[in-house]
Ligand binder design. Structure first.
Ligand SMILES: Cc1cc2nc3c(=O)[nH]c(=O)nc-3n(C[C@H](O)[C@H](O)[C@H](O)COP(=O)(O)OP(=O)(O)OC[C@H]3O[C@@H](n4cnc5c(N)ncnc54)[C@H](O)[C@@H]3O)c2cc1C
Length: 194
């Protein structure tokens, strides 16, 4: 049933336009809203946070069906569900989960995750981005590349301070930066798509 529903989605909403999007280099935002309506933007998120509450078998099945029609959209769905949303699900505190997860799971927000830097990818310990507390704020300093959805999304980023993982525990919803506990920080770009 999950496979059939993902296949139907891909055939109806993706396949008819896939070459047009590819040639125009367009990001089909409407499709991501529709993916949210169908429960594909919060596949692993429990229903209490507005997600579909499914497991990894279903997650892979959905990605398989979407990616057979468009690998790019498949990658986007994977980055949103796994890289951004799942890190929040795994490591955020309860308030943060209640704030972020429903909007991510519905597709209202599109998530990104910033690990890779010019000098480091697989070697995550080599990253040089830092988050330094300055009063009520954290100043993020560094650069990231190869970040899926980098210009269109809610960020869940990695930072490092000196030789140790920076332990962050506060959040500032209105500051432009939101900080999660346990090694993660989230950046709210003012230009994200809503
Ligand atoms: C389509 C796409 C989307 C991406 N989206 C994101 C994203 O959303 N967020 C994000 O943070 N990053 C993203 N990335 C970046 C991706 O995570 C990195 O490219 C990846 O981690 C590899 O890092 P690297 O490019 O620095 O290569 P390297 O880590 O330098 O690897 C280069 C080569 O060395 C090999 N190698 C690495 N380490 C070792 C080792 N210890 N022993 C032996 N061999 C080794 C690798 O297998 C590879 O062949 C994306 C990349 C692509 C292609």
């Amino acid at each position: 049933m999950i496979r059939a529903s993902a296949r139907e989605f891909a055939e109806n909403y993706i396949r008819p336009h896939v070459m047009e999007w590819d040639e125009a280099q367009t990001f089909p935002l409407d499709v991501f809203k529709k993916l949210g309506e169908h429960g594909f933007m919060g596949i692993l998120v429990p229903e209490t946070y507005g997600g579909s509450g499914l497991g990894y078998q279903e997650y892979i099945t959905i990605l398989d069906e979407i990616s057979q029609v468009c690998g790019s959209i498949g990658l986007s769905v994977a980055a949103h569900n796994s890289l951004c949303t799942n890190h929040i699900l795994s490591f955020a505190n309860e308030d943060q989960k209640r704030f972020y997860l429903p909007k991510l799971a519905s597709g209202e927000w599109i998530g990104a995750w910033g690990l890779t830097e010019t000098g480091t990818g697989s070697d995550a310990g080599g990253m040089t981005t830092t988050a330094v507390q300055d009063g009520d704020y954290f100043v993020l300093n560094g650069s990231k590349n190869f970040i899926t959805h980098a210009i269109s999304s809610l960020w869940c980023g990695f930072d490092k301070c000196g030789q140790d993982w920076h332990q962050l525990s506060e959040e500032h919803h209105d500051s432009g930066i939101n900080v999660l506990g346990s090694q993660f920080s989230i950046l709210h770009p003012s230009y994200w798509i809503s």
